[in-house]
Write a protein that binds this ligand. Structure first.
Ligand code: ADP
Ligand code: MG
Length: 716
């Protein structure tokens, strides 16, 4: 048996769910970690003998089943240089703690001072074990300067965790003292592995760890155990493709009365080019909106791929059962009145779940607004929708408004491929949707609106694999803490729910949006423009102040202003006012006009050093630019338009957006979007390209392809 098991069994026998310092350190040492050690001494003489063996100076600490913060209560005696000091320290500790569950003292080497860091583990309800790292002392106590990652971590995660904290510069080198970052990385990776191998570890605090120019020492350690077996997250795998590309659809509760939801849904299905077979089900009608109606799902002549249910909540479980019996593959429950309303609704959900599990049928919702796939014409939204373009954006939303209210306006400036609302997620959840929509060949960008995540570990796996292929942008709300559990370790008290989400998003390569505006600003860019091939930005403006603002935003976001070479400058000079000195940002002044801008862009693009273009235009002249901008061959270089007061020239904005050029209000917004695209590219696409095409200074074949497919809409 390994030490971990022996030690934790002993603790269990004593009714303890935590390990004391000497036990915790023993386990860590067994895994090859560096600790100051800790030997249990039950008497003064024993303490003296151990001190003599390990060598002075030593430290004595109380070992007790009741004392958690040893030094706060005077239970830590540092830097004891001889036998007398040890005897005195032992007596003091004994005096103070003999009635407080004291089992002895730990005797250990006094460690050389180093930079204090904290490494911890906690367990999150959603994502399971989480690793934490931070600088010790005020950095963690006051500034809460810590980083988190879900366990297991990769080497890249470990490095990223260390670099993420604000105190990283202190580790790198401060007053001639620098920390062994490599050793720290290895420590994080090992802790991750220990927890993976011993899932009974619930929490852990290594606080502090001293880090040296070479190596580290764990000075204090505490492990909390958990004996409860956790139920495995249930997870049914099935191919969701027929849900998005059904050949036959039944609408139960379809209606002939405009204004009813059952009218909307069926109308949408009739008017968006759905090629499959449609069956309205309504016991009180023979015909619905011109189609033969059926009294129940059982009368429908074939087992349909998808049944949409729109009957009152109370009747829904019955209808679900009938659907299952009729061999329906997927059910979408768009009715509301379930768990979101309380116990009664929860009971209805329970019934529905047991039915679908019995038959292996899958269910979306309840309380959702349906699914939209513009590519298959399957538009089953609750909200009545006019014509929708066939786009490359996938949207998964835990809120119906994304498939109804919002879409009314959004469709004018962006085209969606698939929109899946998930409602109460009784069966199919965000992870299932991400997996399916992430794989869909018509989707190039995935957006998500989430309030919570179910089955967090699988979410992490799926997200990791999708983000490598296409960007995933998430708006997650519910950031405020809904009251923290009483935490037994420091780490647990620091691990706020929202921070864990942020950490997981970062770890999996998900881009986190601040709000809806930001989400769709990013989505428009990723869906319409190719990724920048480098971080050099070229800015064209008509006002100096906006050029300055652009330059600031560019340098603050890790991008750079492209340095225009002399040959190009010579050509540009002929196109710009004689009194303008700077070539980037290039200020064309209020004389700026579309033909001139076109020539400037074409001149600069002939030189292949530009990663992206920001074009700032005058609001009053903006309309004149649309056709000209549409006619330019951007050669795979992304372009972003900026028009102050965008909302006042919306007609032209829509035209330009439809031509594939996203329009923003301020240069800062456009540049933030570019920085995010560049960040995505650097993380996932650059290494592949460097391997395949060593010359990243010029356009690569894959770039041309990516650029072509998205920018082709410009000319068509
Ligand atoms: P607790 O966290 O329970 O109060 P610690 O074991 O962390 O107790 O000790 C408190 C502080 O004493 C540590 O933060 C560290 O600065 C110092 N310390 C503890 N053990 C040692 C040691 N072996 N060598 C050097 N300093 C130590
Ligand atoms: Mg401590």
């Amino acid at each position: 048996m390994k030490n971990f098991e022996i030690i934790s069994l002993e603790a269990l026998k004593e009714g303890r769910n935590y390990l004391m310092e000497h036990e915790s350190k023993q386990i860590l040492a067994e895994y090859g970690l560096e600790t100051t050690g800790a030997y249990l001494a039950k008497s003064e003489d024993e303490a003296v003998r151990i001190a003599g063996e390990i060598g002075y100076p030593v430290v004595l600490k109380v070992l007790s089943t009741q004392v958690i913060h040893k030094s706060d209560q005077g239970g830590v005696k540092l830097n004891l240089k001889d036998e007398n000091a040890v005897r005195e320290a032992f007596r003091e500790i004994w005096q103070k703690f003999r009635d407080k569950g004291m089992i002895g003292v730990s005797v250990q080497k006094m460690a050389e001072p180093g930079i204090e860091v904290i490494v911890g583990v906690t367990k999150d309800e959603t994502f399971g074990h989480i690793l934490m790292f931070g600088l010790g002392g005020v950095f963690v106590e006051v500034l809460k300067d810590v980083s988190f990652r879900s366990i297991p971590i990769t080497e890249h995660d470990a490095e990223d965790m260390i670099k993420e904290i604000r105190g990283y510069s202190i580790l790198k080198g401060y007053r001639g003292f620098s920390a062994d970052i490599e050793a720290l990385k290895q420590l994080l990776i090992r802790i991750s592995r220990i927890v993976e191998e011993n899932p009974r570890i619930r929490e852990m605090d290594l606080n502090p760890v001293f880090v040296y120019p070479k190596g580290y020492k764990i000075v204090d350690a505490r492990i909390i155990l958990e004996y409860a077996e956790h139920p495995k997250n249930e997870y049914t795998q099935s191919d969701l493709r027929p849900l998005f590309y059904p050949e036959s659809v039944a609408v139960i509760g379809a209606s002939n009365n405009p204004g009813k939801l059952g009218w909307n849904v069926f109308r949408n299905l009739l008017t968006h080019g759905f090629k499959g077979r449609l069956y309205p089900v309504n016991p009180n009608a023979t015909e619905i909106q011109g189609k033969k109606a059926y009294r129940s799902i059982k009368e429908v002549p074939e087992p349909v791929d998808v049944a949409i249910i729109l009957v009152p909540a109370k009747q829904t479980p019955n209808v679900v059962r009938e659907c299952c019996e009729a061999g329906v593959k997927f059910i979408i429950v768009e009715s509301a009145g379930f768990s979101e309303l309380g116990e009664e609704g929860k009971a209805l959900e329970k019934q529905m779940k047991s039915e679908i599990r019995k038959y292996g049928c899958r269910l979306v919702g309840p309380n959702c607004a349906g699914i939209i796939n513009t590519h298959s014409g399957f538009v089953g939204s609750l909200g009545l929708l006019a014509e929708l373009g066939k786009g490359n954006i996938g949207l998964i939303a835990q809120a119906g408004v994304y498939a109804a209210g919002f879409l009314w306006g959004l469709r004018k400036v962006m085209d969606f491929g698939i929109i899946a609302t998930i409602g109460n997620k009784l069966d199919i959840n965000e992870t299932d949707m991400l997996e399916a929509i992430g794989k869909d060949e018509n989707i190039e960008v995935v957006c998500m609106y989430l309030e919570d995540v179910k089955g967090g570990k699988r979410f992490i796996e799926v997200a990791k694999s999708i983000t490598k292929q296409k960007p995933v942008i998430v708006l997650k709300t519910g950031r405020t803490e809904e009251g923290k559990r009483a935490a037994s370790t420091h780490t647990a008290s620091l691990a706020g729910n929202d921070q864990i989400y942020s950490a997981v998003f970062r770890q999996t390569g998900i881009i986190r949006a601040r709000d809806n505006e930001h989400l769709f600003a990013l989505a428009r860019a990723f869906s319409k423009q190719p990724l920048p091939k480098n971080n050099a930005v070229f800015v064209i403006t008509y006002a100096g102040s906006l050029g300055v603002a652009s330059a600031d935003a560019i340098s603050l976001s890790g991008l750079r202003l492209a340095e225009i070479p002399k040959e190009v400058r010579d050509k540009l000079r002929k196109l710009m006012p004689s009194y303008v000195g700077s070539f980037n940002p290039l200020d064309l002044t209020f004389d700026q006009n579309p033909e001139q801008v076109k020539e400037v862009i074409e001149t600069v693009l002939r030189w292949q050093g530009i990663g992206s273009i920001v074009l700032i235009m005058q609001t009053e002249k903006f309309g004149e630019y649309v056709d000209v901008l549409r006619s330019i061959d951007y050669k795979g270089v992304p372009i972003f338009a900026v028009v102050f007061g965008r909302e006042f020239v919306m007609e032209d904005v829509i035209k330009l957006e439809r031509a594939g050029i996203p329009v923003y209000t301020t240069p800062e917004q456009a540049i933030e979007v570019i920085a995010t695209m560049w960040g995505y590219k650097s993380r996932f696409k650059l290494s592949e390209e460097i391997a395949g095409y060593p010359d990243i200074g010029s356009l690569t074949i894959s770039e041309f392809k990516a650029g072509d497919s998205k920018q082709s809409r410009l000319t068509s």
